[in-house]
Design a protein. Structure first.
Length: 264
């Protein structure tokens, strides 16, 4: 399928992945869904718009067009849980983050359908990430992957209380080098936002799978609290707040690239 994702090629070693801002559903899927499901509430709202500045930094950007309710690109194809002992939302989710049913009573996703979704929507996205990281490493000697996410600031079923603003994940230091991790965190801690490293979010499948610092591929996930740039209740983009947080994001990405140059 040719419309699974959009891609813009940049000039630097940086690839930004936006796997959860897609809004499209498969043909006929909405007819099987509840009203809660059709609202696709767990979308990483406006992340593609928020990171539009990154093209000016020379970043390549890959962004999913289809909803995570079709297939979750940040989960492994075998559907293994990412966080031990915590709620797993699955590679083809059946429940929203609030625990509501995505599909109407009597509807389900068969193993065959799940495998078809993985083949048609999951693999093309990941094949492109692999291709681009190989291209960047061959061209620049290093490849940098920034997995860009956002989430509501309060999701009781997933985490207690209010989420930190900037949730940076490096698979507990396994997906990028320590100097790069430190450089990014210095910027995050000096910003106007609260920040944590490898807290509730240590990085999903994309960060864990592609990060390979020993072979000059460094991967970082940022899970951004949506209260930083939008009205969470009305799902409205707040341009003024977005411009402010985008400046911090620009500093984080610049630190990522600058420090990585020293590793080549």
């Amino acid at each position: 399928m040719t419309d699974v994702f959009s891609f813009v090629e940049g000039s630097t070693p940086l690839l930004i992945s936006i796997p959860h801002d897609g809004r499209l559903l498969m043909p006929g899927q909405d007819e099987r869904m509840t009203d809660d499901g059709k609202a696709i509430p767990d979308t990483d709202w406006f992340v593609k718009e928020l990171y539009a500045f990154a093209l000016g930094l020379g970043a390549s950007v890959i962004a999913a067009n289809y909803s995570r309710y079709v297939v979750d690109l940040n989960r492994p194809a075998d559907d293994a849980a990412l966080y031990e002992g915590q709620v797993s939302t699955g590679v083809c989710p059946l429940k929203t983050f609030d625990g509501k049913s995505i599909y109407r009573e009597g509807e389900s996703i068969s193993e065959r359908e799940q495998n078809e979704r993985i083949d048609n929507y999951w693999r093309p996205y990941h094949d492109e990430i692999e291709t681009q990281l190989q291209r960047l490493r061959s061209k620049d000697g290093v490849a940098l992957l920034w997995d860009a996410h956002s989430i509501a600031s309060e999701v009781p079923i997933l985490f207690p209380g209010v989420l930190t603003d900037l949730n940076i994940g490096t698979d507990n230091g396994k997906s990028c080098s320590s100097p790069i991790e430190s450089a990014i965190m210095r910027i995050a801690k000096a910003s106007d936002y609260t920040a944590v490293l490898n807290g509730r979010f240590t990085g999903g499948y994309i960060t864990r799978h592609y990060g390979d610092p020993d072979n000059n591929v460094h991967a970082v996930q940022l899970e951004l609290s949506q209260r930083c740039y939008m009205d969470e209740e009305k799902l409205i983009y707040d341009g003024k707040s977005a411009l402010k947080v985008a400046e911090t994001l620009k500093e984080l990405l610049t630190a990522f690239m600058d420090k990585a140059k020293e590793t080549i």
